[in-house]
Design a protein around this ligand. Structure first.
Ligand SMILES: *Cc1c(COP(=O)(O)O)cnc(C)c1O
Length: 445
């Protein structure tokens, strides 16, 4: 079996060519002729194999992965349980379409989701292929169940790139620019952003609620949709009390509270879900990224009385809950549970926050260090101000890449660097990555 092989990869960062190496450069030339120029060109090293927190490129360079493919490979690369489950499922059958002839793994994933998502109430789920698709379906369900249309979203939000989710996403460039018209009945209100607004959670919630009540009307709101910790928008952690106050407002006003846990879910923040930290119980939870260890799978999980109002045939899709992705999710959830990776995320938080906060004291360009669990970021500013410093962010990521560390930029102003290591990263690997980041920050400062 694949799972019994010795490590083929090695556990340390190691560069054997210039970055990118000659084989990666040749592949990049091939790409230019046939791959759409509309796709972001990130770090142009082409990957051949991966294990744990290490990626190996086609030139034999070993890179340290502090991005997890954007919070997807939370359990690490090449996890034996996942390889076995997927291999066996591929040999058994790869597709029937759950709506045509069903299979057990889909049901088992929905059982896990009902148990793991917050709240002990009865829940049902529907499975999809991408985070965007999950968010779209959460909105459809909330509208149908409430008979209302307005959807409230927040500044800095990211909910996807399909047409409806682009309307929900905040940032124009590069996501929305000239792709409109966008769907109607979407209303945006201010987020709690403690570093910039200085408001308590209660104050920020009151500000948002006042706008909702005056500009939308409470009785028109089908759902309030929020990332409990914003991802693409800059790893913005709202002030304590913000999410509970909003959740309470939705309950009092007959609106649905939808948590977009697509980036923050599945132990990433040190709990199964980011809302768990404040005991918030959403009516509907959208999940994807960390759910299936790299296989495409997404889910909408919600209160049975909302979910089951939808008529038969109202939800679905050809590939949603594909059997290979479903068994990958079961193996991923089992791995998160068996290895207690939520606790590991909290340990990683300690290591990253300590290191970045001590670095912050030495340099003038780190304005804020924040995050929870293994979802940590630092915001780069012009010295002596809180003004965005996207140039520093670019040069830090470039320095990291040149030294074989994968780190990703985010933030509405492109000035936040996010760290999303796989939860199986070792202390040695993480310290190594943080030392490269420290050197990069000093060079940029
Ligand atoms: C990535 C992401 C999405 C979109 O997921 P896709 O699978 O890329 O469609 C939606 N919401 C959040 C919070 C995300 O991080």
């Amino acid at each position: 079996m694949v799972s019994s092989l010795e490590s083929l990869v090695g556990t340390t960062r190691n560069l054997v060519t210039e970055i990118p190496g000659p084989k990666s450069r040749a592949l990049h030339e091939r790409r230019k002729a046939v791959v759409s120029a509309g796709l972001t060109q990130g770090f142009p090293v082409y990957i051949e194999r991966a294990e744990g927190a290490i990626l190996v490129d086609v030139d034999g360079n070993r890179l340290l992965d502090l991005g997890s493919g954007i919070a997807v490979t939370t359990i690490g690369h090449a996890v034996p349980e996942l390889i076995d489950a997927v291999s066996q499922q591929v040999a058994a059958f790869t597709h029937t379409c759950f709506m045509v002839t069903p299979y057990e793994s889909y049901v088992a994933v929905c059982e896990e989701l009902a148990n793991l998502t917050p709240g002990s109430h009865a829940k049902t789920s529907a499975l999809f292929n991408s985070g965007s698709e999950a968010v779209e379906n959460a909105v459809k369900i909330a509208r149908l169940a409430t008979g209302r249309q307005a959807i409230v979203v927040f500044d800095h939000a990211y909910h996807g790139r399909t047409n409806l989710t682009l309307a929900l996403t905040a940032k124009n460039m590069p996501y929305k620019d000239r792709f409109g018209p966008f769907a109607p009945e979407i209303y945006r209100v201010p987020m709690s952003y403690p570093y910039h607004d200085g408001l308590s959670g209660a104050e920020a919630a009151a500000r948002a609620i006042k706008i909702i009540e005056t500009q939308v009307g409470a009785k028109n709101v089908a759902a309030l949709l929020i990332e409990p910790i914003q991802g693409e928008g800059g790893f913005i952690v709202p002030a304590d009390g913000f999410l509970p106050a909003l959740s309470q407002w939705t309950t009092e006003n007959g609106a649905v509270f939808i948590a977009d846990e697509i980036q923050s879910g599945f132990c990433r923040t040190g709990d199964w879900f980011a809302v768990d930290h404040e005991g918030v119980i959403p009516d509907i939870v959208a999940t994807a990224k960390g759910l299936a260890g790299g296989m495409p799978l997404a889910a909408v999980t919600g209160r049975v009385e909302l979910m089951n109002q939808v008529h038969e045939g109202g939800l679905g899709g050809t590939y949603g809950g594909n059997p290979v992705a479903a068994v990958a999710a079961l193996a991923t959830i089992k791995t998160l549970r068996d290895r207690n990776l939520a606790a590991r995320a909290r340990e990683l938080e300690g290591i990253m926050l300590t290191s970045l906060r001590s670095l912050q004291k030495d340099v003038a360009i780190i304005g804020d260090v924040r995050g929870r669990g293994a979802m940590i970021a630092f915001e780069l500013v012009q010295p002596g101000t809180k003004d965005a410093n996207a140039t520093a962010a670019k040069s830090i990521v470039n320095f990291c890449n040149q030294n074989g560390v994968v780190a990703i930029v985010c933030g509405t102003y492109g000035n936040v660097i996010r760290l999303l290591p796989p939860l199986v990263i070792t202390d040695e690997q993480l310290h190594d990555g943080l030392s490269v980041i420290a050197a990069a920050v000093r060079a940029a400062g």
